[in-house]
Ligand binder design. Structure first.
Ligand code: SF4
Length: 698
């Protein structure tokens, strides 16, 4: 039997056809009808069936080291939450969620915390991935809305990839760019990245910018556009605000091309070429990802590139938009329900009107009144002893967050750590007072939203092993044990989704762009058969909407897009005499996050089998290091040992390491232990792309 579902890895959100036999998924292939991938799958997606074994699964709930019945586990969770509430108040309870969760899981978690327990300390690992884009979108458009769609790849004449190694991290979109290039060889591809990544194989121009200098580059481009006749003046006049100031500040920041070349470390001639192509190509698509977001000035970087699109009116038009590539499969769905500590629900902020509106809708007894702690702040609050109960779901923060020492200390210090997890051996699980076995991909039923706002179904195809249960069910049981029977009496994810959809349309008379109220009356059968669809889905757009802002209407109070004046800022972590190498971190082609799933498919180690570090040939020579030697990176926070890969793709003085390896696979030293944990002041996203380290042979 074959069933369609969605891949649980990256934000491309490919449709997967799973073949089932005897309660097992025995093969997978790309869903030929899914508009994200039209039948293609990358290697991670095509090995999904190899990751569904039941070995190394967490099978039973455990409380304080003892296996217990579910009823006792629920009792233990609810009594510890109640105790903390009564003795320390709502601010003593926190959840740390994940872009791996389904929208329905996220919705009930957020509802319990922000509406019924009165705590807004609900953040998510999406903070590490997308938060700067969320903040940049909100500043520019008044809403966290991606203007374009994947079809724009096939329609663009100039495709710019900024801080994105799409060939490895969004492979199916990269394949769509490749196919476009084959069909229309005149399409130009520009890659802006300090490293010459696999994505550069397709590049007509690679700008190997100095890490962190993106704002300088886009400010220089904005100034250039303002002199070059490429401005869309009617669009600027009718649909935007702040243009003159943004250009004046950009000009002050980057007075001439020479300054741009010095700050970005890009040859003048290459800057000239890039600016010329941008100026002359109306159908320009700028795809950007973690190289932009994971920075202490990530939000400014996002706005500096959006400014160039606004100045040329290239937004929401076929083949023409700034386009954020989401890291995780449901980072977008989490944002939609309010999975970030600074959002309330359904893209609403913590304004008095929104708090009242959501309280009315939920009939909520105890609404959170203000934004909560963002990811790293949250762990700092735990470390200070302010948060007593932490519930972590579907994520492994000990490996994935920067400043590992802080995260370890906080987890040790917290009175009660509850971890909902599918696998039995994650680094974070060792700190859990209460372990709750969760179902995972192939077993759980719900929805995810991909990078182009497309909601797709993930299906429960096989039974979860042991006593593993769905996260939304576990949360609802805890809520009921706390006395909130009425708000959490869901018996199927379709009911949760319908309520979420109804909330998005509640008292929403076109003011909020996130509106999926058109899906609020789906029957269970219709929900099961829901075809991939792009929000908004409402009376005006009953079948979804490909592009936003094509009508020049934005979600700001004035209805106009905002130019945000940005200035170049150096990364917070810079090399020094003691730590002379600039560290860059990222993903590799065949692994996902902390490898708890991909680490189970032997094939996925063929590409990179062990932790490594990429070094420029001259740096290797300086340290007398040869390919495949072991080397150690260290700083005042930690160390990392990896196999040397000598690569001219690296800039001199800079080292790249992968973020995936956990204790189980590396045995010694996480990548993120070397990162300080400086955050963007607007988005709270950590500066995961920049560290400073010393290098030595090991
Ligand atoms: Fe899955 Fe992303 Fe690969 Fe598609 S591109 S198959 S969503 S990992």
């Amino acid at each position: 039997m074959k069933q369609n579902t969605t891949c649980p890895y990256c934000g491309v959100g490919c449709g997967v056809t799973a073949e089932l036999s005897d309660q097992r998924i025995i093969a997978v292939s790309g869903d030929s009808q899914h508009p994200a991938n039209f039948g293609r799958l990358c290697i991670k997606g095509s090995t999904l069936h190899e990751t569904t074994q039941t070995e190394q699964r967490l099978l039973l709930p455990r409380v304080d080291g003892q296996n217990v019945h579910w009823s006792d586990a629920i009792k233990a969770v609810s009594s510890r939450i109640r105790h903390s509430l009564e003795n320390h108040g709502p601010g003593s309870i926190a959840m740390y969620l994940s872009g791996q969760l389904l929208t329905e899981d996220y919705y009930v978690a957020n509802k319990l915390m922000k509406g019924f327990l009165g705590s807004s300390h609900v953040d998510t690992n999406s903070r590490l991935c997308m938060a700067s884009t969320v903040a940049g979108h909100k500043r520019a458009f008044g809403s966290d809305s991606v203007p374009g769609c994947y079809e724009d790849i096939e329609l663009a004449d100039l495709i710019i990839l900024v801080g994105s190694n799409a060939a490895w991290n969004h492979p199916i979109l990269f394949q769509r760019i490749q196919a476009t290039k084959i069909q229309r060889p005149q399409v130009k591809v520009v890659v802006i990245d300090p490293r010459a990544t696999a994505t550069c194989e397709l590049a007509d121009l690679h700008l190997a910018i100095k890490p962190g200098s993106d704002v300088a580059l886009f400010n220089a481009l904005l100034v250039h556009l303002s002199h070059s006749g490429a401005l869309d003046q009617p669009f600027i006049d009718q649909h935007t605000e702040g243009f003159k100031r943004a250009v004046a500040i950009a000009h002050q920041d980057i007075p001439d091309l020479k300054t741009a070349a010095t700050l970005t470390d890009v040859p003048l001639a290459d800057l000239d070429t890039f600016f010329d192509w941008f100026t002359k190509t109306p159908r320009t698509l700028t795809l950007f990802s973690q190289g932009v977001n994971q920075s202490s000035s990530g939000t400014d970087k996002v706005n500096s590139l959006i400014n160039c699109h606004l100045a040329t009116g290239r937004i929401g038009k076929p083949g023409s938009s700034p386009f954020s590539l989401t890291g995780q499969p449901n980072a977008m769905g989490g944002r939609e329900v309010g999975g970030l500590a600074n959002q309330l629900a359904a893209h609403m902020e913590f304004s008095p009107e929104a708090i009242n509106r959501v309280q009315d809708f939920w009939n909520a007894p105890s609404m959170a009144q203000q934004p909560g702690h963002k990811a790293l702040d949250l762990f700092q609050a735990i470390d200070r002893g302010e948060i007593k109960v932490l519930w972590i779901m579907a994520t492994n923060p000990l490996v994935s967050l920067p400043n590992t020492a802080l995260i370890r200390r906080a987890l040790k210090r917290c009175d009660c750590v509850i971890v909902s997890e599918a696998m039995s051996e994650t680094d974070t699980l060792t700190f859990a007072d209460i372990q709750l076995p969760s179902s995972t991909w192939g077993e759980k039923n719900g929805t995810v939203t991909n990078s182009e706002r497309r909601i797709s179904r993930q299906k429960g195809l096989i039974k979860a092993p042991g006593e593993a249960r769905h996260d939304w069910e576990i949360i609802c049981d805890v809520a009921k044990a706390l006395g909130f029977e009425e708000g959490f009496n869901f018996t199927h994810p379709a009911q949760v989704f319908a309520e979420h959809a109804a909330l998005s349309g509640f008292e929403n008379h076109g003011q909020r762009s996130f509106d999926i109220s058109g899906l609020s009356h789906l029957s269970q059968q219709e929900y099961d058969q829901l075809q991939p669809v792009q929000w908004p889905i409402n009376q005006q757009f009953p079948y979804g909407r490909k592009r936003l802002f094509d009508d020049g209407q934005f979600s700001t109070p004035s209805g106009r897009a905002q130019f945000i004046a940005t200035e170049t800022k150096a990364p917070k972590t810079l090399p020094s005499a003691q730590w002379p190498y600039q560290l860059n971190t990222g993903r590799i082609r065949d692994q996902w996050h902390t490898m708890t799933r991909t680490g189970r498919a032997a094939r996925l180690f063929n590409h990179r089998a062990e932790p490594f570090l990429d070094l420029h040939p001259e740096d290797a020579k300086h340290h007398n290091l040869y390919d495949q030697d072991l080397a150690e990176l260290s700083n005042h926070q930690g160390r990392y040992i990896g196999r040397v890969r000598i690569s001219a793709a690296q800039r001199k003085g800079e080292v790249f390491i992968p973020m995936h390896w956990n204790q189980q696979f590396s045995g010694d030293g996480y990548c993120n232990a070397l990162l300080e944990g400086f955050c963007d002041p607007v988005s709270g996203q950590p500066e995961s792309k920049q560290g400073a380290v010393a290098l030595r042979a090991y």
